[in-house]
Write a protein of this length. Structure first.
Length: 104
């Protein structure tokens, strides 16, 4: 696939992830939009395939980190936050076992 197409796909993926992760938070949505656009604009004249691949890796890592690690918090009091996890972050909890099992 053409490298320009991959860059555009990453750009769109970052913006879709931004919209999901920062839903209902206008300030964070705008800050993330500005940062994504700024980073792509600053590197739009890059011609080195190696450097482009490196930047693409960073961008895809950021998208993955946002999608899998960021949870919104809403201030509900002076020192309290209400966490609002997205459904795709909620996974089945596997019980922890304190006692190791013996192999026979």
């Amino acid at each position: 696939m053409n490298q320009a197409v991959k860059v555009l796909q990453l750009f769109k993926a970052l913006h879709r992830t931004r919209q999901q992760v920062f839903r209902n938070d206008a300030r964070a949505l705008e800050a993330a939009r500005i940062k994504i656009n700024e980073e792509f604009k600053n590197n739009k004249s890059e011609t080195s395939p190696k450097k482009i691949e490196e930047l693409m890796k960073i961008g895809s890592d950021v998208e993955l980190l946002l999608r899998t690690s960021v949870i919104q918090g809403i201030h509900t009091g002076h020192n309290t936050l209400k966490l609002v996890p997205r459904k795709d972050l909620l996974i089945e909890n596997v019980p922890y076992c304190d006692t190791p099992t013996q192999k026979q």
